[in-house]
Design a protein. Structure first.
Length: 319
């Protein structure tokens, strides 16, 4: 009996010791996690000094960088998205400078370039399973509403210039009643009505609240969509704030040549134009995917996009 009492006392003391040790360990773990979060946040702002500029351009407060969901998304995807960025920019010759210039002239932030990157990765021929098409992935009904020609021989959703004009106009339209560019960006994905209902249900326009996965105010695709655009933007604009970053600078250092639309006679085809301008047919085709059969249809007002650097040559030889 005495031995049992002694054993129980020893066991009780051991349990108390373990509890104290466990409590100390838990406190250390909590402290380390807190310290790691602080370090991670500081590291994120050093890695992406463009964050404040980017967030402000989309009408977001720079404090959104504190959002844990967004931080987690950035850390999880930054390397993969840098590679996607690199590949997309490789396709952007002629197209990106043209789109940027159009956005500057329209008064909209040129950072919406990254919405197009998110939508199509700058593939002029991009087509989704839901039949959305082009750089801006317009659905046929929306394209027609935006006065783009879509028929058997022409689909201007695939015209880099016409579709960009349409996208800018559309973004201005869906921003009405939302008042914030980040809300318009999400509405581009799920519709203006979808975002308005989410704001009403959430009782706020706060982005962190609207895309909180626990509440599901917005579809999962839209919640991810806005984070994609912001991350691509931070990657692309980083060179403005970080001297040793040359990835985003590729957009600005690429060939400054852009696109100029010209009018051809009905029946003229892209192969003839490419030969006339001494350029690669594939390059010309990539910027004129709206011509489904490669020629200008009879009775149409369709334009053909050529490199601006070839404009003088075109005027000299085309008659």
């Amino acid at each position: 009996m005495i031995y049992e009492i002694l054993i129980n006392l020893i066991l009780l003391k051991m349990k108390k010791t373990l509890i104290v040790v466990s409590a100390i360990k838990i406190k250390k773990i909590i402290f380390l996690l807190f310290a790691f979060n602080i370090y991670s946040y500081a590291d994120l702002t050093r890695e992406f000094p463009s964050y404040s500029y980017v967030l402000n351009e989309f009408d977001l407060d720079s404090s959104y960088i504190h959002n844990q969901e967004f931080q987690s998304f950035v850390y999880k995807n930054k390397d993969r998205y840098r590679e996607r960025f690199r590949v997309a920019v490789g396709r952007g010759q002629l197209i990106v400078p043209t789109m940027k210039e159009m956005m500057y002239k329209s008064g909209i932030t040129p950072l919406f370039l990254y919405l197009s990157m998110t939508e199509s990765a700058f593939k002029t021929q991009a087509k989704s399973t839901s039949k959305a098409g082009g750089l801006w992935q317009f659905m046929p009904p929306t394209g027609r509403e935006q006065k783009l020609t879509i028929n058997e021989t022409i689909d201007e959703r695939y015209d880099p210039i016409k579709s960009t004009y349409a996208a800018v106009d559309y973004l201005y339209k869906i921003r009405d009643g939302l008042d914030k560019w980040y809300l318009a960006a999400m509405a581009y994905n799920c519709g203006q009505g979808c975002v308005k209902r989410a704001v009403k249900k959430a009782g706020t326009k706060d982005l962190a609240t609207l895309i909180n996965p626990r509440d599901e105010f917005l579809p999962a695709e839209t919640r991810k969509y806005i984070k994609k655009i912001l991350l691509f933007s931070m990657i692309g604009e980083n060179y403005l704030f970080k001297r040793d970053n040359n990835l985003g600078e590729a957009i600005y250092r690429m060939n400054k040549d852009s696109l100029t639309p010209v009018r051809l006679r009905a029946g003229d085809n892209l192969q003839q134009v490419a030969s006339m301008l001494r350029m690669d047919y594939r390059v010309l085709k990539r910027t004129n995917m709206h011509l489904k059969r490669d020629f200008v249809p009879q009775g149409s007002n369709v334009m053909v996009n050529i490199p601006t650097s070839k404009l003088d040559m075109f005027r000299a030889v085309y008659n």
